[in-house]
Design a protein. Structure first.
Length: 445
């Protein structure tokens, strides 16, 4: 999926803007902007200070501009339309509802814009290579409650600007936008990289207003952010969980992951995350699978459906990852169901979305760590789909070894013919299912 497509997996701009609402405190105007003018002395001080704090240098100047909220919203909408058509929004919304990620009938584009419309305080625009601040913006943060000893300063404005200038440093020093564009059909991998970027920027902005950076500062920020998902859920109201969860994830889990890197080697270790980025939300959630026992996701190349589904067009392909798998299970089973824990055993997935006229068909292959969790998910998820779709939409599930095949829509009517072809032609890390099962049998005691 294109890197700019959905708020649920990606961003409205290349880097998600700092979300004031997510930090959940009363609003106050920031003095970096006065009316439609920027306080250049204060902005210059933050620009110089964040370079020292983050131990990175700007390679070229970063212009700062002031936009009205309406103008900022137009920029967001234009960014979505640059690479993502209304038809693609429609198809992904339908597919997401079929698999249980979104409510039925969701307008994905409208809900994405709605989620951020009243939360954006400012952002770095990598297309224009400029810093965008909002005229008369109201914003606040959890910082306000923890930094009261600095009330004589414009904490919120400085934190916001330091955060977004860190994104400019990432862009100039690591080519982050180019990196993100490489993951156009893997939103989960893109989410992992954006979690690094947002975690990095949030820690750097926090360290700037604290006046120092060390492990105690990192631990303090992680502690303050542990309740962010619940705070955001309370503030965001009716925002679909499939959209809101990945948005918050980049800050809460991103900070925790980057803080772990910092504690292992300072800013130099954080810089290395861009040269060897985590490949999945699974690694962000479980840092040991990146730092200690590297566990890259299974690369799945789902195939074998093409002949039987001739005449259907491939509208999209994607990777949901552990985070969205967990959201699906929690939405449909409840957060306290023990069956939701199977998401933590995710090892890889690929989804193919086909369309013919108004009809949408979903093929989804999900890999798990072991056969037990694959079979467990297959049973649980079949129950979810039976309840969710009933007889209105045909659906079939099959599993072999560690892997589960899900087909929803017209393709399920031809499942008996499709299933052997898909298992035969789909590749897992370059080998087909039969060879994979033979290898697993050979390794078994």
């Amino acid at each position: 999926m294109n890197s700019r497509r959905r708020v649920c997996h990606s961003r409205l701009t290349v880097y998600l803007p700092l979300i004031a609402l997510a930090f959940g405190l009363a609003a106050c105007a920031y003095s970096v902007v006065s009316g439609d003018h920027i306080n250049s002395d204060q902005a210059g001080k933050v620009e110089a200070g964040i370079q020292e704090m983050r131990e990175l240098r700007f390679k070229q100047p970063v212009p700062m501009v002031v936009k009205t909220r309406a103008e900022a919203e137009q920029m967001m909408a234009a960014d979505l339309s640059r690479d993502y058509t209304d038809e693609q929004f429609e198809v992904d919304g339908i597919a997401g509802a079929l698999v249980g990620l979104y409510p039925a009938g969701i307008n994905l584009k409208a809900e994405s814009l709605k989620l951020l419309r009243n939360q954006v305080a400012g952002f770095y625009d990598p297309h224009g290579k400029e810093m965008v601040l909002l005229e008369g913006a109201d914003n606040a943060g959890f910082y306000e409650g923890t930094l009261q000893f600095l009330v004589q300063r414009d904490i919120i404005g400085e934190m916001l600007l330091a955060h977004e200038l860190t994104h400019a440093l990432q862009d100039q020093n690591f080519g982050l936008e180019t990196m993100l564009d490489k993951y156009k059909n893997n939103d989960d991998r893109e989410l992992a990289l954006k979690s690094v970027a947002e975690g990095d920027a949030t820690i750097a902005g926090y360290a700037y207003v604290m006046g120092r950076m060390d492990t105690a500062v990192a631990d303090s920020l992680v502690e303050h952010l542990k309740d962010l998902p619940q705070m955001f859920a309370a503030e965001a109201g009716d925002a679909p969980e499939g959209l809101a969860a990945p948005l918050v994830f980049q800050y809460a889990e991103g900070v925790r992951f980057v803080a772990e890197a910092y504690k292992r080697g300072g800013w130099a270790a954080v810089d290395k995350l861009y040269r060897n980025p985590p490949q999945s939300s699974h690694q962000i959630i479980h840092p040991a699978y990146y730092f200690d026992r590297p566990a890259p996701p299974v690369k799945i190349e789902l195939s074998g459906y093409q002949k039987i589904m001739a005449g259907w067009n491939k509208a999209d392909q994607d990777t949901y990852g552990e985070l969205l798998l967990r959201v699906i299970l929690e939405r449909n089973l409840g957060r306290h169901s023990t069956d939701t824990t199977v998401a933590a055993q995710w090892a890889g997935d690929q989804m193919i979305i086909l369309r013919e006229g108004r009809s949408v068909c979903v093929f989804w292959m999900v890999a798990f760590d072991d056969p037990y969790n694959a079979s467990h998910f297959a049973v649980v998820y079949e129950t979810i789909l039976d309840r969710l779709l009933g007889d209105s939409t045909v659906h079939r599930i099959d599993y072999r070894g560690n892997d589960v095949l899900v087909v929803i829509g017209e393709g399920a009517n031809y499942f008996n013919s499709l299933e052997p072809e898909i298992w035969s032609e789909t590749r897992f890390n370059g080998i087909n299912s039969a060879a994979k099962l033979q290898s697993a049998d050979a390794d078994s005691p």
